[in-house]
Design a protein around this ligand. Structure first.
Ligand code: HEM
Length: 163
């Protein structure tokens, strides 16, 4: 297995771990806000979140480096949503004195951002194709593509005949 695939698997595993830790804490906050998890459970969940976000950022940067920082336009949306998830998660579960409704709002915003990020990585919208359609430029269909490739200029056809 090549290093890119291994990194991608680690990246996706810790993405799932971040989602699981978030869902557990969100359900606990909404289900029984007065009865929050004990010290050990809290430490485990916080460690899970910190570790998964850290690994996601490190593996994400290495994957970007391996891809020579070439990204699709939707990737910028992914990074914005990731920053929203981080800040809303801090608001929802941070140590600062927050009211319950503020914490619930944080969970709500982080949940929407998580759903948006997952939609982007699964769907991978191709904005460049839409742009071509808007400009009225038609993409050739398969038979046209075959015709075009058969019409390709051979290098020998462009060379000057020997005098
Ligand atoms: C909660 C946060 C994140 C989740 C759930 C997540 C999830 C994923 C998933 C599922 C893929 C695989 C997509 C596919 O190829 O089908 C992926 C790819 C990728 N992610 Fe993330 N990601 C997160 C954060 C980040 C961050 C913060 C960065 C950058 C610093 C990043 C950089 C990348 C890159 C570069 C790839 C492309 C790998 C490739 O196909 O060559 N991700 N991510």
């Amino acid at each position: 297995m090549d290093s890119h695939l291994i990194l991608k698997i680690i990246h996706m595993t810790f993405g799932s771990l971040a989602l699981i830790a978030f869902l557990i804490r969100a359900v606990m906050l909404f289900w029984d806000p007065q009865n929050q998890p004990g010290k050990v459970t809290r430490i485990v969940l916080v460690a899970m979140q910190h570790l998964s976000f850290t690994v996601l950022i490190i593996t994400g940067i290495v994957l970007l480096y391996q891809n020579q920082f070439v990204v699709q336009p939707w990737f910028y949306g992914k990074i914005i949503l990731f920053v929203v998830i981080l800040s809303a998660t801090i608001k929802a579960f941070g140590k600062r004195d927050m009211s319950l409704s503020q914490r619930k709002a944080g969970v709500f915003v982080a949940g929407i951002a998580f759903a948006g990020l997952l939609t982007l990585v699964i769907w991978k919208p191709d904005f460049s194709a839409n742009q071509t359609q808007q400009q009225g430029i038609q993409q050739p269909n398969t038979s046209q593509q075959n015709q075009l490739s058969s019409m390709a200029v051979r290098p020998s056809a462009t060379t000057q005949p020997a005098q």
